[in-house]
Write a protein that binds this ligand. Structure first.
Ligand SMILES: [Zn+2]
Length: 396
């Protein structure tokens, strides 16, 4: 076994969240760095998969793309120019993917995962792309993972129908508030923009850090030190002319009602468990649906809270643990970027299903996912008698 090459200070910081994953380490990073992967296809799925592979430091990507207008725009997050700038450790070559020995991820649209209504397809494609990247990265780092694209979450989750769901504006007329512009908020907001959601309000108080770039795929090295919401709004405005309102703030008890005013739907992608409970309480009180997700290591979970149609976050988890931030836990336990992509895209998928009134949302049910173990399950969640949020007893 050869000794893994040493990493520079910048590389240690850039990849810190995955290097600390159990069994990953400098050896896992070296395995990624020496790998070459071909990505077949040029749609959203292939472009999202390429982003997560590049962000994780896969040494060389061979891309199956025509050179088009999109690819010359270095600020469009799905362009080849953006990909080339994302990570100096990665060489990306636009070329026909050969039939040779390189591992190939086949994400051509004709390979059959598109069937839902048009606005759902980009979120679906982003989910499939992030999932394919997850499987490729798990296979490289741990020798585990399956054929990319074989573990695709169901659209309707196989759940029994719900008695009633709210009627919401269609995506093009909707305002969706995305809380957090990090590992979850980046892919969720990107999928919403691609779906043509009318107005996206993006709320975050942080600035871009080098350690974010491994999973927060709307940012480039030149953004380090800039407010995330400013950069994200610029990038998303390049995607189908999306109208994005950047709000540099961190949601708390004092500003929750103001930040959520006017929302038809909320996506909760913050790094704080306390915030997730607070958002749950505020949304239940206001009668606004919210998709909440969490991610750690190679595991993710997501749930849709539809007030009046089943369990809320507090019904399931009761209360945040003392000292409740997950940012500290993520820094200690690590997170694979592509898994955050899977969870964020799943949130967007649920949001768009609710806006369209299409299919069965993850209401009163929780989706559990492990990339490394190739595991997913949907468990039913019931309304808890005496839940203070559902009983209107929580203060926001
Ligand atoms: Zn409840």
């Amino acid at each position: 076994m050869s000794r893994p090459p040493s990493l520079s200070e910048d590389q240690v910081l850039r990849y810190s969240r995955q290097i600390i994953l159990p069994g990953f380490g400098a050896r896992g990073q070296a395995a990624l760095g020496s790998a070459q992967i071909g990505v077949r296809g040029e749609g959203v799925a292939a472009r999202v998969a390429s982003l997560y592979l590049a962000a994780a430091g896969v040494g060389r990507l061979v891309l199956d793309r025509e050179r088009g207008d999109l690819d010359g725009d270095p600020d469009h997050p799905l362009s080849t120019a953006f990909l080339a700038e994302l990570n100096p450790d990665v060489g990306a070559r636009v070329d026909r993917v050969g039939e040779g020995a390189d591992p190939v991820i086949d994400l051509r649209e004709e390979h059959g995962f598109a069937a839902p209504p048009a606005p759902l397809r980009p979120a679906r494609a982003a989910l499939v792309g992030a999932l394919a990247a997850t499987e490729a990265l798990c296979r490289l780092a741990w020798g585990r993972g399956g054929e990319p694209g074989t573990l695709v979450p169901a659209l309707d989750w196989g759940l029994p129908p719900l008695p009633s769901l709210p009627t919401l504006p269609p995506p093009e007329a909707a305002t969706v508030v995305v809380l957090g512009a990090g590992g979850l908020g980046c892919p969720a907001a990107l999928a919403l923009a691609l779906a043509g959601v009318g107005r996206i309000v993006l709320v975050d108080s942080d600035v871009v850090d080098l350690s974010n770039l491994q999973r927060q795929v709307l940012y480039l090295p030149r953004d380090v030190g800039r407010p995330k919401v400013e950069c994200a709004a610029e990038r998303l405005s390049r995607v189908a002319g999306a109208r994005v309102v950047p709000v540099r703030a961190r949601l708390d008890r004092g500003n929750a009602a103001e930040l959520l005013a006017g929302a038809d739907l909320v996506i909760e992608g913050s790094d704080s468990l306390e915030t997730k409970f607070l958002v749950n309480d505020a949304c239940v009180r206001a009668g606004v649906p919210v998709a909440i997700a969490g991610v750690i290591r190679t595991e993710a979970q997501a749930i849709a809270i539809v007030p009046g149609a089943g369990a809320c976050y507090r019904c399931v988890f009761h209360a945040p643990p003392p000292g409740g931030g997950i940012e500290a836990v993520c820094a200690r336990e690590g997170v694979l970027g592509a898994v955050a992509g899977v969870a964020g895209a799943a949130q967007a998928q649920e949001a768009i299903k609710l806006l369209l009134g299409w299919g069965r949302p993850l209401a009163s049910a929780m989706w559990l996912f492990s990339g490394r173990d190739r595991f997913q399950r949907v468990v039913a969640a019931s309304r808890r008698p005496g839940c203070p949020a559902c009983g209107g007893e929580t203060r926001v």
